[in-house]
Design a protein around this ligand. Structure first.
Ligand code: 6PG
Length: 241
């Protein structure tokens, strides 16, 4: 049985709508169980469409979001009001429109030094999320985008194994090929520990990355995530994969 489930959509709008509907169903289920829902968000262009679809559907379906705790899969090392900040994007397009309480938002402090921000983010996520036997925080859902080089979060190709294999829940990146160069990212072990991982794979120029990443012997960052888990859900508008 494949350790990924790939669903194809004709366009980014349909992908975003489907992912938003699926996420709100997950949140509604945790509401019924009176349980928190801990999610890590990513940045990128598809996230903008995804957030808009979530806001529209959450309002239409009147889904309570007060049990959701928001973390990030990655953040850029910039201040929270910087246009490059993943927090700023989420605040403007998701939290403010839905009236999310600041108590539910666990921002990565991109304005601090990368090492300080990574350590503080790790302490916070390990305080809020349950830990598995390896000490990794167990999130309910990690939402990832896909880069043209197969990166997810701020985990980029060709990292030395000594770094890629780090057990750190969050770690600093100083040489991101995708600007800005300094970032904070969830590590592979924390992504592997999550109950669910969904990849919103959208945009041109990613066909080779996605096609390669679903191959069993692939070494792309997305492939490493897929190979580390029993199941990864991929929402894709990338043709012919
Ligand atoms: C970031 C993202 C990054 C993004 C991918 C896809 O902060 O840059 O987390 O991993 O999700 O690069 O971005 P696009 O959807 O814009 O192609």
């Amino acid at each position: 049985m494949a350790n990924f489930a790939l669903t194809h959509f004709p366009h980014a709008d349909e992908l975003a709508q489907a992912a938003a509907a699926a996420w709100l169903e997950e949140i509604a289920a945790t509401n019924l169980a009176r349980q928190p829902h801990r999610v890590a968000l990513s940045g990128g262009r598809i996230t903008l469409k995804f957030f808009s679809a979530v806001v529209e559907l959450a309002k239409a379906r009147e889904v309570p979001l007060h049990r959701v705790h928001f973390f990030w899969a990655d953040e850029r090392c910039v201040p929270p009001d910087d246009p490059e900040s993943n927090f700023r994007t989420a605040h403007e397009r998701l939290f403010a429109p839905l009236g999310i309480s600041s108590q539910q938002i666990h921002r990565i402090r991109g304005e601090e030094s990368a090492d300080f921000a990574a350590a503080a983010a790790e302490a916070e996520i390990c305080r809020i999320a349950p830990l598995n036997g390896d000490g990794q925080p167990v999130l309910d859902l990690v939402l990832l985008g896909l880069g043209e080089d197969g990166h997810v979060a701020s985990l980029f190709p060709d990292e030395p194994e000594s770094i890629a294999a780090s057990p750190a829940a969050y770690r600093a990146i100083t040489n991101s090929p995708k600007p800005p160069p300094q970032r904070i990212t969830l590590g592979y072990a924390a992504i592997a520990a999550a109950r669910q991982v969904w990849v919103l794979a959208s945009g041109t120029g990613k066909q080779a990355a996605l096609r390669e990443s679903v191959e069993p012997a692939s070494r792309t960052p997305l492939a490493r995530v897929i190979q580390s888990r029993s199941q990864t859900r991929i929402f894709s508008d990338i043709p012919a994969v």
